[in-house]
Design a protein around this ligand. Structure first.
Ligand SMILES: C[S@@+](CC[C@H](N)C(=O)[O-])C[C@H]1O[C@@H](n2cnc3c(N)ncnc32)[C@H](O)[C@@H]1O
Length: 306
């Protein structure tokens, strides 16, 4: 049977339906397409995949299971420093290498060898946020740390290999620009105040608007609120409140990729949860919509000079 793109679109649509996070789906589908492309272009089977910050292995596991005939299962590697997540990986996806370590450690990635596909899905923002100290992120140092890690990931690519990055995106424009918003009800307004009090990577500033449900706040802080709002009141909030999804604008991603010898072949910006956000808050400032706050980038190493 010839497995067409339409076959794989349908396959992933069925397989990933229970997976809530749209970002993971987008990353898996993009990586699957690249793997099929590599196989068609004569790379054959035996593809080696590496996921940095693999969590519970859903992404790497789905790709290796879905494309068992294209991968060298034993040479596919997931790295995470969370032992409980790795236990789950080993249970759900046996036969791959699940390594417990800090992938930002100098020399660590080099020692893993070269891969056809390197995945960083919702992981680099944690590297940025891990510089959190005394309640705030030191932004220049954090950006540098994220870029250094990107460079180390790029160095793991074999010839013609691909890096797939999915993560938060800082929207363009002046982050201090002010927005007026109205919460749907008193509970949403209270949630916002909890967010503003407990969110750590940046100080959130706002001032009351006209009615009890209205506030005015910088666009940067609104983006942070709206992308974290789905965790408010849930157990995950205690870790989510310490991480900023946003660290690079699209231009900063472009510049960092270029400096690290990566050529972006494809990219998409996304607004992940607008339907849920609309239930919490309305933006009153005319002409302003919910931000595109995630990005998917597919890149390759720069071809060696002739
Ligand atoms: C938000 S989760 C994403 C997991 C997975 N990529 C996914 O999308 O399902 C980020 C993961 O990166 C891991 N992580 C973050 N920084 C890390 C580091 N420096 N070394 C190893 N793991 C790291 C965390 O433990 C966490 O499991």
């Amino acid at each position: 049977m010839v497995e067409t793109d339409a076959f794989w679109d349908f396959f992933w649509e069925m397989r990933l339906r229970p997976m809530e996070n749209l970002g993971k789906r987008a990353a898996i589908q993009a990586a699957s397409r690249l793997m099929r492309q590599m196989a068609r272009s004569g790379r054959g089977s035996g593809l080696r995949l590496l996921e940095l910050g693999c969590g519970e292995g859903q992404i790497l596991g789905a790709l290796v299971d879905g494309h068992a005939q294209l991968c060298d299962r034993r040479a596919c590697v997931g790295v995470d420093y969370n032992p409980r997540s790795l236990e789950r990986c080993r249970q759900d996806y046996p036969g791959l290498q699940w390594l417990e370590d800090d992938f930002t450690s100098a020399g660590y990635l080099e020692a893993l060898g070269r891969f056809d596909l390197v995945l960083m899905v919702n992981a680099l923002h944690e590297v940025f946020s891990s510089t959190l100290s005394a309640g705030v992120v030191d932004v220049p140092a954090a950006k540098q740390r994220a870029e250094t890690t990107l460079g180390r990931a790029a160095a793991c690519l074999g010839a013609g290999g691909w890096l797939v990055l999915f993560d938060g995106l800082e929207p363009p424009g002046d982050p201090r620009e002010s927005l007026r918003v109205r919460f749907a009800n008193a509970a949403s307004r209270r949630d916002f105040e909890t967010f503003a009090r407990q969110y750590r990577p940046f100080h959130i500033t706002y001032r009351p608007g006209e009615g009890p449900l209205e506030v005015e706040l910088p666009r940067r802080d609104f983006t942070r609120y709206i992308t974290k709002s789905i965790f408010l009141g849930k157990g995950l909030w205690q870790t989510e409140r310490l991480e900023s999804y946003q660290y690079f604008t699209q231009d900063e991603f472009h510049a960092a990729f270029e400096r690290q010898g990566l050529v972006i072949r494809e990219e998409r910006t996304l607004t992940m949860n607008a339907v849920k956000w609309e239930q919490r808050v309305t933006i009153l400032t005319p002409g302003v919509g919910f931000p595109e706050e995630h990005i998917l980038i597919l890149a390759q190493g720069a071809a060696p000079a002739q």
